[in-house]
Design a protein around this ligand. Structure first.
Ligand SMILES: [Zn+2]
Length: 536
């Protein structure tokens, strides 16, 4: 009875919310002919709230909370906790799944198994990934996937953007896009996620989203997106090469096998600009603050999974949720097939990142090539391969390249820098004695900011010139070494002209009339004495 009233209340609330929402573009109706190309996936058992009724429905926050609480009560393997609260006060649940039923991150680390993080619904209007996370949690806790927990530990954050989900909106209640905030860490929801990750660092992260079916694709290219799923590994020039090799060599083939077996179609993740004039499409970008890239830069294998779902309500929902489920299952199975081998390769990749002395690519251009985009006809659903120019984020052409420093001295905004870097697993150190140190300073030549809609990691244009000099460094100053696995995070945050850098976004403040940045490159450690460094 209580459930009935809860349901009724939810229904009334949803109806009210639906009235508040503009009708487009969430109401794009695909034709029956198109829908016939996307039937439900056969032989799936999805144990999640949406599939407990004849017609699937969106799972509200209370239904999600009840489902997870039931799961944790009923299974010794699942432990439910909270990473914190959203801006509007909603709880953000996290589920730890281990054979031993542990909830203490340190104890889970000590198991010595690969730690796989699965994140759903960073964007609130992309529900299929979030729903799949619930079904996966159930399958791991008490279903077909439970045996895998002897080989891997799994952490699931089913709904990273709870406020956005409640409003069926992409962004957080603040209006910011959480998926762009992983380097800057300005939003409470994103910080909460990184606090939890610091306690239990990921070896592998899969971030589950959905992409727009009609939208600009119809307006610009006169077709619908046809692929069931679009996939992309971390793409940033500072991602350790060995991590990318694991992503492409081990995980991508496993994902493709899972897709093929279920009769689904896949493509690399592409997007296109809002401007109608620009007919190019881009592979997912290289910005270090995008979740997919940040996770890679901190030393995890990282993938984006996007199903065909934004703007079409619940059309084809079983297929969309099944796709996320099957891909995550493939990830867990391939990780569990040789967990020792995976951990060894990851540890070699991180050691290589720590030992890397190659030049830094601070800015770059991307190659372009012509591809056939697998669109479909909006009426019939027939394949409509469409030739387009692809801006290829895997094809990096270095523009600004500079020698990799031993580390960076940060003489202003040090607390904010230290705290953010630590949330991304970067070690920081403290100078123990005042010293005169030979450094490379940045002369900031020009600063512009072109803020885009939803942008919290603003596009910026900072030009710098490097000038050698000697500076007085006080005791207690912050030194951030580059000899560490998360070196890519450090360089992205501290090279001023890297996109979303801490100087560019104001975490390191600089007055308008100043020209010398309060961040310095240390090329040789001579003269610097440091306390033992930590990532806390
Ligand atoms: Zn998304």
């Amino acid at each position: 009875m209580i459930r009935f009233w809860a349901f009724l209340l939810c229904f009334v609330a949803m109806a009210a919310a639906a009235q508040e929402r503009p009708a487009a573009p969430s109401d794009y109706r695909q034709t029956a002919a198109v829908l016939a190309h996307y039937p439900a996936v056969a032989d799936m058992h999805l144990d999640s709230p949406a599939f407990r009724t004849a017609e699937p429905s969106l799972t509200g926050q209370p239904a999600m909370a009840d489902f997870l609480a039931d799961l944790a009560r009923g299974s010794p393997k699942a432990k439910l906790a909270s990473i914190g609260r959203s801006t509007q006060g909603r709880d953000i649940p996290i589920v730890y799944l281990t054979a031993e039923g542990l909830s203490d991150p340190t104890a889970i680390r000590r198991l010595g198994r690969p730690v796989i993080w699965l994140i759903g619904q960073q964007h609130g209007n992309e529900p299929a990934g979030g729903e799949a996370m619930l079904a996966l949690a159930s399958a791991l806790a008490r279903g077909e996937l439970a045996p895998l927990l002897g080989k891997v530990s799994v952490v699931i954050v089913p709904r990273a953007n709870v406020d956005g989900a409640a409003a069926d909106k992409r962004v957080l209640a603040s209006g910011a896009d959480p998926n762009r905030d992983h380097l800057l860490l300005s939003q409470p929801e994103v910080r909460a996620l990184h606090e939890a990750m610091r306690a239990l660092p990921p070896d592998v992260v899969f971030d589950h989203h959905e992409f727009s079916v009609a939208w600009r694709w119809v307006e610009k290219f006169k077709g619908l997106q046809g692929s069931d799923v679009m996939i992309l590994e971390a793409t940033n020039p500072s991602i350790p090469r060995a991590l990318t090799d694991i992503a492409r060599g081990l995980y991508r083939p496993a994902l493709e096998a899972g897709i093929k077996q279920a009769g689904l179609s896949s493509f690399d993740y592409v997007t296109t600009d809002a401007g109608m004039a620009d007919k190019r499409v881009s592979l997912g970008g290289t910005a270090p603050g995008i979740a997919r890239n940040t996770f890679g830069l901190r030393g995890a294998v990282s993938y984006l999974i996007e199903t065909r779902g934004v703007g079409i309500g619940l059309q084809g929902y079983q297929r969309r949720v099944s796709t996320h489920y099957l891909l995550a299952r493939a990830v867990l199975e391939v990780s569990a097939a040789d967990p020792g081998g995976l951990l060894r390769r990851l540890s070699e990749a991180r050691a290589a990142a720590e030992a890397d002395r190659s030049d830094l690519i601070v800015s770059h251009a991307e190659g372009e090539r012509e591809i056939d985009l697998p669109l479909i006809d909006a009426e019939s659903g027939a394949p409509k391969p469409t030739p387009v120019w692809l801006v290829d984020s895997r094809d990096i052409r270095p523009v600004d390249v500079r020698a990799r420093p031993a580390g960076y001295l940060v003489l202003r905004g040090a607390e904010a820098v230290k705290e953010r870097l630590a949330l991304n697993e970067a070690k920081v150190c403290e100078v123990t004695a005042a010293a005169s140190v030979a450094v490379e300073a940045y002369e900031v030549a020009r600063t512009e900011s072109k803020k885009r809609r939803e942008s919290i990691n603003p596009d910026q244009l900072i030009r710098v010139q490097i000038k050698p000099m000697t500076i007085d460094v006080p005791a207690g100053a912050l030194f951030v070494p580059m000899a560490q696995p998360a070196a890519g995070i450090v360089a992205a945050a501290l090279e001023p002209d890297s996109p979303g850098s801490y100087l560019g976004v104001g975490v390191i403040p600089m007055a308008a009339d100043e020209t010398e940045a309060p961040v310095y490159r240390v090329m040789s450690m001579a003269g610097l004495s440091l306390k033992p460094c930590s990532s806390r």
